[in-house]
Design a protein around this ligand. Structure first.
Ligand code: SIN
Ligand code: CO
Length: 391
């Protein structure tokens, strides 16, 4: 797909136009983004997922038994759903793309963004009146209406310190004023893109309201600095420290003077300013799995010759749902393949193939190091044999 092809999904904008003018800048309503959209999930199936151990889910009740805007966390049981009123509640299930392949397939439409920016596809179900209240997310999100109708209202961009209602488990804005014109009812296949920091409020208008949130995360400066400093710190020799050879005698021995501050600043900035280490750290954090325990490693290492024989017999490997891959070139021929928080140096074409949708079959074997790499990823749980897939 050329970057200048107009896309229905982006309301007739090309990927390049969307990224230049809309992404991270302003909301965009796209009517009929997915024409004749058939939601890959029914409300009952979503409720079923929310009853499973290990699936992250929340229930928001606007008029809860224990107070307004009550939040409870799954797994739930049938009794929970049986006691819920006719309206004004929402069930939200995270990472449905990990469990329902037809939901994961929707991600194929979002390749105009780097895959490592993706968080997950969350799906919510709400009877009429159900919402999570007006709020702000630090998150880019494409809100795709799956079935039924939801009214979305936007309240403009709000500052970090906008007051939120105290004493409840949800971050709901104390003040929410709808911007003129930013008030729409979305039908199945309609989609609303929201950049981080925009106040929004979505209320179900029907019995079958399912909304899919395709969410993209970005690490905060707070998380990034702490995490990069930790990563680098493990590799720094103890001799690298504050040093002050040749300093002038202090005017006052009690003073922490500007020259000392400048030396400390140089130490920190020079140590952090290491693009090669930064690439290694960034690839690792951005490919960390969302749920680490979903990554099931093998107890015994796969012999490389067994893996080669199986591939030559026509077996195929698949990427595990929820596994994350990315690559970064080291030079013209070598790259680091990042897989589920790990970094592995390998030939560039191999890293590229692993981080793409390329089938993982015998055709990869001629690439040097392919068999060893695949065996390692299989043992780590990032790959699995297609023939082991549950029916
Ligand atoms: C919802 O699906 O009800 C909420 C999604 C959001 O506002 O981020
Ligand atoms: Co939101």
């Amino acid at each position: 797909m050329a970057n200048d092809t107009p896309l229905r999904l982006l309301g007739g904008l090309s990927a390049a136009e969307f990224l230049r003018d809309v992404w991270q800048r302003r909301p965009l309503l796209i009517r009929g983004a997915f024409p004749d959209f058939q939601c890959p999930l029914e409300p009952d199936e979503l409720a079923g997922l929310a009853c499973e151990e290990g699936v992250e889910s929340r229930l928001v009740e606007e008029h809860g038994a224990d107070g307004p805007w009550q939040v409870s966390h799954g797994p739930f049981d049938e009794a929970t759903f049986a006691r819920l009123p006719e309206r004004d509640w929402t069930l939200l299930v995270q990472a449905v793309d990990h469990y329902v392949p037809e939901v994961a397939e929707l991600l194929d439409h979002f390749t105009f963004l780097p895959r490592w920016r993706l968080d997950d596809i969350m799906i919510s179900y709400a009877p009429p009146g159900g919402s999570v209240g007006p709020h702000v997310d630090q998150y880019d999100v494409f809100l795709l209406q799956g079935s039924g109708r939801r009214r979305w209202q936007l309240g403009g961009k709000v500052p970090d310190e906008a007051p939120i209602i105290a004493g409840i488990d949800l971050r709901i804005l104390e003040h929410f004023a709808v911007e003129p014109g930013d008030d729409w009812v979305l039908e199945p296949g309609d989609m609303l893109y929201l950049p981080p920091g925009w106040a929004h409020h979505g209320v179900s208008q029907s019995d079958d309201c399912l909304t899919l949130s395709v969410g993209f995360r970005a690490p905060s400066a707070d998380e990034a600095i702490t995490s990069f400093a930790d990563y680098l710190g493990e590799q720094l020799p103890p001799s690298r420290r504050y040093a002050d050879p040749g300093m002038a005698p202090p005017a006052d021995p009690g003073e922490l003077d500007d020259a000392a501050i400048a030396r400390m600043r140089r130490l920190i900035l020079d140590t952090l300013d290491d693009p090669a280490q930064l690439a290694q750290w960034f690839g690792r954090v951005m490919t960390q799995p969302k749920y680490v325990d979903q990554l099931v490693s093998r107890e015994t290492a796969t012999p490389v010759e067994d893996l080669v024989a199986a591939l030559q017999d026509g077996e195929e490997l698949r990427r595990s749902p929820g596994s994350r891959f990315a690559w970064h070139a080291l030079d013209a021929t070598r790259a680091t393949l990042f897989a589920d928080g790990d970094g592995i140096e390998c030939p560039l074409p191999l890293a590229r193939a692993l981080a793409a949708d390329t089938p993982l079959d015998a055709e990869l074997l001629p690439l040097p190091g392919a068999a060893e790499l695949l065996a390692g990823l299989l043992d780590a749980g990032s790959l699995y044999w297609a023939c082991d897939e549950e029916e």
